[in-house]
Write a protein that binds this ligand. Structure first.
Ligand SMILES: Cc1cc2nc3c(=O)[nH]c(=O)nc-3n(C[C@H](O)[C@H](O)[C@H](O)COP(=O)(O)OP(=O)(O)OC[C@H]3O[C@@H](n4cnc5c(N)ncnc54)[C@H](O)[C@@H]3O)c2cc1C
Length: 622
């Protein structure tokens, strides 16, 4: 086959096509995250303590942990000398191309699951005049940037990976490795012609609504000044890495990187390695790198809740059955969504998910109706019993009592992002792995040689920052400027976060945010929300075409009503998040201010809005 020329023109849209997909930076990948543990002691939870309640003594312990951590989290901007931690180490340098000043109908920021699913839906519906801008050198989003040893999804892959039937693909493991997910994304892109639609290594730096032309003006770091009728922000919820602020960081002389930019050019074999952070990412990395490094020092401020994972290979029988069933993955995902309140979904039984039995667990009937307070207490008690099991699992596995005590989380389940692993806890029994408990303030300082805590210096060759991501607060919201010239972030800061379904905001016409603040939709599986949001965008574009409308905005009263609903749900469930976590902005989000909307009424509001068209202002007319 003839190699594709670098530039051509799309005959249908007249848009220039660039071959900007970058080559991989290197092939040195280790620890693909496929660990299957057969020891039942590690893959089963201790029995739940029947009748245990979240009494005053236990509540005091939770509050003590919260109080000791209040106000200690401090993060720095990754600019200046720290901008090196944001560089794209996964791809070869950007492919040169000319700057663009043309116009497309729909401009979409981001080529992760959301970008790929949007393209699949929109192209099937006949929308061809679409362009994507992606900061990275290839598709995948989360799974492009995160390539650390041990990476895997935490929602079972059969429900999490998009477009499985359409691609004729069945994931090889119950929890796919990030590398398998990335490959799946690349296959979707190849099959759907996505690569012709996307400008890779192109970061959108500013988008400004122009009232006179009714277009978004989009500027990028590649000198583009493009126009678009519609703007879709599919930039993800966990995209911008965070660095904890630690004195002396700039003095460290060894190799250092953030987990989302894992540098495989740095060989960690037989090295002394320090990892700062014990959140969801670190829980996957630590067991994997402990197998190769000489010494591993784990600096922990707050322990994670580590639940059973029970990773396994997809069976031959499953593959045979599923590939012959229409819509098997869609049906499974829908069943999963029904029981998707946190942990239930993760312990969900395969017979239920595959449709062999009707219910996941027998429904309990309460003889008397519970008051809201009784209902909340019941939820807190259940939550407490889950946490007791998680704490007991630590005691059952970790041999050193001091290490075990430090690894036990004292907060409500779900406060810190729940994690799942069968090798994490046993890793702390290895002689080369050392937990350094830095609670509550975190490590003291970094020196040329390593990390200092409590006056002890731990010299390391390699320092890994597993300090996570900004949550639903990406830099993108700073650079989208609406009708009055204010950015989306300024608007939300000054007027309070107000949106319609988390997707549209008054004063930002023809713009849609995918899985942004208030858009959660109540599912633990983000692919659900991404699907729902994609369907909504398509519905709105179809509606605009039917009405022959050019501009759509949102009414103040509709976004006010929806924002109040989100606040009420947050207030009602506040006791379940009485802790310090990135979800609630390190404990600073007051009841009613949480931007993540986990309530299940999203569809009710959506359907009401779509049937009445009440929330919308088309072409300036209500
Ligand atoms: C390590 C990890 C594990 C996870 N595991 C799960 C899981 O098991 N289950 C689950 O439901 N969710 C999980 N998540 C959440 C995950 O982010 C979502 O499930 C999903 O992948 C998000 O897809 P997305 O396309 O919305 O965003 P992303 O995958 O984040 O993609 C957004 C893209 O936008 C690009 N971008 C951002 N700003 C700009 C800009 N200004 N210009 C150009 N491009 C830009 C980014 O480079 C990125 O590629 C995980 C997240 C992480 C970090």
């Amino acid at each position: 086959m003839m190699p594709k020329p670098p530039i051509s023109t799309d005959p249908e849209t007249g848009l220039k096509i660039f071959n900007t997909r970058a080559e991989k930076a290197n092939d040195k990948i280790t620890g693909k995250g496929y660990a299957v543990v057969t020891d039942e002691a590690l893959t089963a939870l201790p029995e739940a303590k029947a009748g245990a309640v979240f009494n005053a003594e236990e509540q005091a312990k939770y509050l003590e942990m919260k109080a000791s951590r209040t106000g200690v989290a401090d993060y720095i901007e990754m600019d200046g000398e720290f901008s090196k931690y944001l560089e794209d180490v996964h791809s070869q340098p950007p492919i040169p191309r000319e700057a663009l000043d043309d116009e497309c109908e729909i401009l979409i920021i981001g080529a992760g699951f959301a970008g790929l699913l949007l393209w699949y839906k929109l192209s099937k519906a006949g929308y061809k005049n679409v362009r994507f801008c992606e900061k990275g050198g290839d598709v995948g989003g989360t799974w492009y940037w995160n390539r650390y040893p041990g990476i895997a999804c935490d929602v079972e892959s059969y429900c999490y990976l998009p477009l499985l039937e359409e691609m004729g693909y069945i994931p090889s493991m119950k929890f796919s490795s990030g590398f398998e997910i990335m490959e799946h994304c690349q296959n979707i892109a190849k099959k759907t012609g996505f690569y012709d639609k996307c400008l890779f290594h192109t970061t959108v730096e500013e988008t400004q609504w122009d009232e006179a032309t009714g277009r978004w003006q989009v500027s990028t770091d590649r000198g583009d000044k493009m126009k678009a009728k519609y703007l879709v922000v599919a930039n993800g919820i966990l995209t911008t890495p965070k660095l904890a602020k630690i004195n002396g960081m700039e003095t460290f002389k060894g190799d250092a990187f953030h987990t989302s930019r894992w540098d495989y050019n740095v060989d960690i074999t037989n090295k002394r390695v320090g990892i700062i952070g014990t959140g969801a990412t670190a829980v996957q990395i630590i067991p994997e790198i402990a197998k190769t490094v000489k010494e591993l020092f784990v600096f922990q401020r707050t322990p994670s809740s580590v639940d059973v994972r029970d990773q396994r290979a997809t069976t031959a029988e499953e593959i045979e059955t599923w590939k012959t069933e229409d819509d098997w993955a869609k049906k499974r995902r829908a069943r999963f969504a029904k029981i998707s309140s946190g942990r239930t979904a993760l312990s969900a039984n395969d017979d239920y998910l595959s449709g062999k039995i009707d219910t996941a667990a027998p429904k309990k009937k309460h003889k008397t109706k519970l008051s809201p307070e009784e209902h909340m207490q019941k939820m807190l008690d259940t939550n407490f019993r889950i946490m007791e099991q998680i704490r007991e699992r630590v005691d059952a596995i970790v041999e050193d009592p001091k290490t075990a005590a430090a690894l036990k989380p004292y907060y409500a389940y779900g406060c810190k992002r729940p994690t799942f692993h069968d090798e994490y806890l046993p890793t702390f029994n290895k002689p080369n792995v050392h937990l350094v408990d830095t609670a509550p303030r975190g490590v003291e300082r970094i020196t040329e040689k390593g990390i200092v805590h409590d006056g002890v210096e731990y010299p390391v060759d390699v320092l890994i920052y597993a300090t996570g991501f900004q949550w639903m607060a990406t830099a993108t919201f700073d650079m989208i400027k609406g009708r009055d010239g204010r950015s989306l972030k300024e608007t939300w800061n000054e007027d309070g976060t107000k949106t319609w379904l988390g997707m549209q905001t008054k004063g930002f016409p023809n713009m849609f945010v995918i899985t942004g603040p208030q858009g959660g939709g109540g599912s633990f599986n983000f692919t659900d929300s991404i699907e729902d949001h994609g369907n909504y965008v398509q519905w709105m574009l179809d509606t605009m075409a039917e009405k022959n409308a050019d501009v759509v905005d949102i009414k103040e009263e509709s976004q006010q009503e929806y924002a109040e609903h989100c606040a009420q749900v947050d207030i009602a469930t506040q006791p379940l998040r009485d802790c310090i976590s990135y979800y609630d902005h390190e404990g600073t989000a007051k009841p009613g201010q949480l931007v993540y909307y986990g309530g299940g009424q999203w569809h009710k509001y959506r359907i009401k809005g779509q049937e009445s068209l009440e929330p919308y202002v088309f072409d300036g007319k209500a």
